[in-house]
Every structure is written in C-alpha cells, then in structure tokens.
Design a protein around this ligand. Structure first.
Ligand code: MG
Ligand code: MG
Length: 257
C-alpha cells in the first residue's frame, strides 16, 4: 500500500464510527459465512462467489474488487501463501490453512478484516497453534489500542504475545493501516515495535490491525501473478485482522457479524 506524505490521521465522529460499524458488520457476517463454507473440496473461487453474494446481498460494495486491478472480492491465501492470494480453481484439501481477507464499503465507509481457517478435521496441531497464536496476537494488539497509547504500543503488544508462544516469524513487509473513507489510510500499523514509540493514539482513530505470522522465517516474496505473497522458505502462515475504533470507552471492534 502507498501512504502519501504529510497525510493526517482521519478522526471520526461517534456517528461516523457507527457508519463504519455497518460496513464492518457486512465484513464480519461475510467472513462468518465463509468460515462455515471452508470444507475440503471447495475451491477458492467458490468462496469468492459466496463472498460476492454476501456483500452485494447486504447492499454493500466489495473494497478489493478492482483495487489496483485486483480481480476478486476476497483474498484467499492457502498454506505458505501469506496474504493477497487470488481466488480461482485451487481446491481446498483436508488440513489446509486458508486465510481469508475481506473488505466492504457502505455509504463510503470501509470495513476490513481477515480470518484463518483450517479445513476439515485433520489439521495438525502445529498449524492450529499457528492460527491461534496469530489470533491471540491480534487481540493483544486490540487491547493496546487505547487513547494515550502509541502505534508502537500496539506493535509491541502483538510482538510480545507472539514471542511468548515460541519461535514464530512476524512478517514486516506488510502491516496494518488506518481505515475510514478509504481502505488503506495513514498511519501504518506494524506488527512489531517499541512500546511508547510512534504516533499517539487519539479517540476517533480507526485502525485495521492485522498480524501476519509464519512458522519459521518472516521473509516473504511476491509470486509472478504480482499479488500472492508467499513465505520464501515455504513454511505456512496465518493472518487475522479486525478494524478497530479507538473510543473514549476503549477499543471497539467494528468488524463483528
Ligand atoms: Mg484486510
Ligand atoms: Mg487491512
């Protein structure tokens, strides 16, 4: 994603946060439907079609379709794919780990969230734990999204949660972001960092927090399709994301069903 120089953080009113919650609910509902649809034998293209029906059926517009030419409604990243996988003919097999990233727009406001799902019931404990650690680190980051804290506090919370579970890789080439009237806005929200560093968090900011965690090295590369990000060492990865508002009463997740 590209951040323009001198960009300011977009501060939302409580009313605007409620509008973002509507867009976020479409995303949350779509991901809940997709989670149930991840079964061995389904193709990533079929999942994309389900997402398309969910989002348009709710009167929303998909954010990803056509974004810098992206050809689908969701990103489906399987096993060693980290993010930005393109849905298509790929068949999900028992034990696969699929990360699904979804964005939707309602009345000009965006929601953005991602889940990781293990297909079927022969998933190995190693990959169940990878997804669980990634999800826990997301919630550690959300807990740190409090006015008066900093962007570095979010990254530090995510990083320390991941480190407490073992020797995982934290992807550095892709990070979370501000979100509002555009999907990707200032500021970047890294999944690592130093407590107390960076921009101070203020009431009315909305951030997409999205740890990407690997088994092994955090080094990634982009495939020849110019989209799919994979681990360079072939180890599997997980991705979880929520759009989160910083409010006077603490962090509020906007991308719930
Ligand atoms: Mg996303
Ligand atoms: Mg995002």
């Amino acid at each position: 994603m590209v951040f323009r120089k001198k960009e300011k953080v977009q501060i939302k009113t409580p009313e605007q946060i409620e509008l973002m919650r509507i867009a976020g609910a479409v995303v949350g509902q779509t991901l809940q439907t997709l989670e149930r649809a991840v079964v061995p034998g389904v193709t990533t293209g079929q999942l994309d079609q389900i997402a398309r029906e969910c989002i348009y059926g709710a009167g929303a517009t998909p954010s990803f379709l056509g974004y810098y030419g992206f050809p689908a409604v969701i990103c489906t990243s399987v096993n060693a794919e980290v993010v930005h996988g393109i849905p298509g003919d790929k068949v999900i097999e028992d034990g696969d780990l699929i990360s699904i990233d979804c964005g939707a727009i309602v009345d000009g406001w965006h929601g953005d969230a991602a889940i990781s799902v293990i297909a079927g019931d022969s998933g190995s404990n190693e990959f169940l734990k990878l997804s669980d650690v990634t999800r826990k680190s997301l919630f550690a980051g959300i807990d740190a999204a409090v006015a008066g804290n900093t962007i570095g506090d979010i990254g530090a919370a995510i990083e320390s949660e991941i480190r407490s579970h073992g020797n995982y890789g934290i992807v550095e080439d892709y990070v979370g972001h501000g979100i509002g009237t555009e999907m990707h806005m200032y500021p970047p929200v890294p999944n690592y960092g130093k407590s107390g560093s960076g921009l101070e968090l203020k009431v009315g900011m909305v951030l997409a927090i999205e740890p990407m965690v690997t088994i092994g090295s955090p080094v990634v590369q982009v495939l020849d399709d110019d989209w799919t990000v994979v681990t360079s060492d072939g180890n599997w990865a997980s991705h979880w994301e929520h759009s989160v508002a910083i409010t006077a009463s603490g962090p509020q997740i906007l991308t719930l069903p």
